[in-house]
Design a binder for this molecule. Structure first.
Ligand code: HEC
Length: 152
């Protein structure tokens, strides 16, 4: 009786340990993400997008313009990293590049439209900008992570 209880207890500890280790394992790829300049740029883009959402709610068009401008002129990864991305994308690099250009162009469009102070037009253009992010993610995020971080 005592023995079974002890075994059960040990099993529980084993399960908890494995779960903890799995969780720690799951955290390490995002730590690695931070080592790539590309991922830092992505995180900045995300912050700028959030700033735009907030600015739209406040109808603060100056801030919409400022953040759209930042997205349109976002930093580029260093040359060595860019070369790695080019070789990762291979013959699909032109699609990758076009996708990036779409984000730039739509951000410029949003920057200009913000001057018109037309809420619904700004929201539509913002949605269009979000779609450009999503388009590239759908196409490249998974293989990118697998290639660079060895993780789906
Ligand atoms: C040209 C392709 C491309 C475009 C355009 C693009 N992304 Fe990404 N993004 C990626 C790839 C590839 C990853 C996966 C790499 C990673 O997670 O580090 C990614 C990952 C991310 C992440 C997760 C980063 C992390 O550290 O986990 C965020 C957030 C993000 N993108 C935001 C955006 C936003 C916001 C936009 C649009 C304003 C955008 N991206 C446009 C390709 C793109």
């Amino acid at each position: 009786m005592n023995m079974t209880y002890r075994n059960y207890f040990l099993k529980m500890i084993a399960i908890v340990t494995v779960t903890l280790m799995t969780n720690l394992g799951a955290q390490s790829p995002s730590d690695e993400n931070r080592q790539m300049e590309f991922s830092k740029i992505m995180q900045q883009l995300s912050k700028d997008m959030q700033a735009i959402t907030d600015a739209i709610s406040r109808e603060d068009w100056q801030r919409v313009k400022k953040s759209a401008h930042k997205i349109a002129h976002h930093a580029k990864p260093p040359v060595t990293e860019k070369q790695k991305i080019i070789s990762f994308a291979g013959e699909r690099f032109s699609i990758f590049k076009r996708s990036d250009q779409k984000t730039h162009l739509t951000a410029i469009e949003l920057e200009q439209i913000a001057s018109e102070k037309n809420v619904s037009l700004v929201i539509d253009t913002f949605a269009k900008l979000q779609k450009t992010c999503q388009g590239c993610h759908q196409e490249f995020r998974k293989p990118f992570k697998k290639h660079f971080y060895g993780k789906e």
